[in-house]
Each structure stands twice: as C-alpha cells, then as structure tokens.
Design a protein around this ligand. Structure first.
Ligand code: IMP
Ligand code: MG
Length: 185
C-alpha cells in the first residue's frame, strides 16, 4: 500500500482516465454474484446475515444487497491495526456486529482481499459467535500479495498487483465516490 502520510492531491472524476473495471462491468458482475449467492442460500430458513467490513466494502455491499432475491440482514465490522503501521501490526476489531450470530448463516463482505490478514482476523472472531455457516464474498481478489491462505466463496474480479481506488476503495480516505475501479499510478 502507498505511504499515506502526505495527503494526495484529489483528482477530479473527469481526469481519472480509463477505468481498470468500468461501472458497467461492476454492475453486471455484482448482479451475477447476487444471483449466485441467492441460489446457494435458497434453502436457509433464517435471513442471511451480511457482515460488511467498513469502510471500503459499503458500496459493494449496498449493490450486492439489492441484487439478492432472498431476505438479508446487515451488520458491520471494522478492523484497525495496532501501532503506527510501519509493520503489518496485529488487527483489533474497532467495531463488532450488534446482533447475535448463533445458528445464523453469515456472509462476510469485503472490497478486496490482499494479504488476507483482515478477513482471516475477522473470520476468526466471527466463528467464536457460532454461526451456522460462514462464507466470504469479495469484489476483488489480488492474489499476488497473499500471506494468509484465504478461501473466497464468491469473487467479483481477480486483479493484477496494482493499488486500486474507486467504488468504495480509497487512498488516504479519498476516491471512494468513483463509480468505476481505477489504478492509482
Ligand atoms: P489485507 O488485510 O491485506 O487482505 O487487506 C485488505 C484491506 O486493505 C481491504 O479491506 C482494503 O481496505 C485495504 N486495501 C488493500 N488493497 C487495497 C487497494 O488496492 N486499494 C484500497 N484499499 C486496499
Ligand atoms: Mg477495508
């Protein structure tokens, strides 16, 4: 990930150039994922619980939620790493789900799986809450930098080893509003 100490100059939407993944391709893929997820969970007898990882996954989750044809509830978690961030520190959960997950079918929603550390730490905590099942949906998979083996049940796009922004993904808090996904450099 790039250094975040010096805030970047915000780039206007009109100057972003060609998207790595256009808004149209994202919309189509998210619709497909919604159908696939609805099929996998067609027979469960309680609403699916979407556990959304703040903040990056919120845009994806909002679209995915509306592409489902099964009942679903929303919960949020957020992870922050301890310390100054020079080394990939231990993750702590800054926000945990509010409702009980015992016996519930849980789908963790993430924007991008990079090292795999964030989802593995969160999944470990969620398993302690004894859900009936726990699966992972990620809009983006960047396997080049994986450190922790991660099973992604529903993947939107596999991307090359480039830092990306847009559609909820940020650089230093910016660019989440871009409708497509762009590389920063
Ligand atoms: P991991 O824990 O290394 O798998 O990283 C996943 C988290 O890092 C995601 O939740 C993102 O917030 C963030 N992240 C990783 N790569 C990118 C990127 O290319 N753009 C924006 N955020 C990223
Ligand atoms: Mg994130």
């Amino acid at each position: 990930m790039p250094e975040t100490s010096a805030p970047p100059e915000p780039v206007l939407k009109k100057d972003m150039g060609r998207a790595l993944i256009s808004a149209e391709r994202i919309a189509k893929r998210v619709e497909e994922m919604g159908r696939e997820i609805s099929e996998v969970y067609a027979d469960i007898d309680t609403p699916l619980v979407l556990v959304v990882i703040l903040k990056g996954a919120t845009v994806f989750a909002a679209d995915l939620l509306r592409s489902l044809s099964i009942p679903a509830e929303l919960e949020f978690v957020s992870a922050a790493s301890y310390g100054s961030g020079t080394s990939p520190g231990k993750l702590r959960l800054a926000h945990m789900v509010e409702g009980p997950l015992v016996g519930r079918h849980v789908l963790l929603i993430e924007d991008i799986i990079d090292s795999g550390r964030t989802v593995s730490a969160i999944a470990r905590r969620l398993r302690k809450l004894k859900p009936a099942s726990l699966r992972l949906a990620a809009l983006l998979d960047r396997p080049a930098r994986r450190e922790v083996e991660t099973m992604i049940d529903f993947t939107g796009f596999v991307i090359p080893d480039r830092f990306v922004i847009g559609y909820g993904l940020d650089y230093a808090g910016l660019y989440r509003e871009l409708p497509g996904i762009y590389t920063l450099t």
